[in-house]
Ligand binder design. Sequence first.
Ligand code: PEP
Ligand code: MN
Length: 372
Amino acid sequence: MILVLTPNTRPDSSEYKQLLAFLANLSGISTRVHNEVGVEQTLTEVYLIGNTKALSMEDMSRLPCVDRVVRISEEYRVLGRHKNDDRSTHFDYNGVRFGQDNLNVFAGLCAVDTIDHVEMMMKVLQEHGQVCTRMGAYKPRTSPYSFQGHGKACLPYVFDLAGKYGMKVIAMEITHESHVDEINEALHQTGSPTGVMLQIGTRNTQNFELLKIVGRQQEFPVLLKRGFGITLDESLNAAEYLASEGNRRVIFGLRGMKTNMGDPHRNFVDFAQVPAVHRLTRMPVCIDPSHSVGARTCSPEGMLDVMHVTAQGVIAGANMVLVDFHPVPNKALVDGPQALLVKELPLFLEDIRIAREAYEKRMALIMQYQQE
Ligand code: PEP
Ligand code: MN
């Protein structure tokens, strides 16, 4: 059960102390307090953990400071969408809104290779009105002999260039807790010209100790990729690890499942689950068409499979598209064969616009139908 308190409840107020004292006396129930500090107000939620079945919603809503009560009907206590749950489904980070009701595109390099490629990429993004990008510095690779990413060495120039080209958020995978410190340090050194969304890759979806550490920091939002060989429920629970430690600014990423049933694609595309994640949780949902498809194959008309699956995810309501581009794909050190070309960026963005418009029309249609 969650007690949502009246906005701006002060922790030193006598009503709040009275509430906590009352809750402390309930047998078999422990509490966990979460504060969400916003620009305009601070929201406090008190999670009641244990046997809450015997508690009446009505009684609890009469307690001091309590604005409303949500009974947790499903798993994913913090990030889940529960019955009569009108908690928000969006957050803002560095001036960019991330929600279940909007869409952001993160086109960019799978892996940072040269400073020139970073600059060429960001320049094109800016020319097409983009403020978000992806830039991998720490790359988890199948072979220990493959390029592992430039790591912290590339961060200063990536951040400087992001500032120069108006990039507000960079999605960047981390594979170890020390990477969070390195990113923080590089941002500090460069005067924080941009923001970073920490990406937990599919190989680390169930790295619970990493999740706990990343969940404890509140500085950066997190993109958690679905594990490539586990159920949706297991991956949503992994997201809940982040939130249970305090970081609720989590985006859930679909990136395809590893099975040869997906052939000829690199992974079996799972974007049909975008609406399922919306139904089960309050997280914005990202799709990664590049790592799902893994190649530049086309339909007979010449439309890339990467673009087809992007449109399929967007028309189902996806909120973020994470996609590999490269100015010179044959020089890319990671995933060149699946990268889109920078000259394809306007085409890609227009195709997304069409799919998003279709999604919005579909939602208007269903709302009209329900009113009839
Ligand atoms: C990536 O986005 O660069 C990546 C490695 O993705 P995934 O973890 O989904 O394989
Ligand atoms: Mn990749």
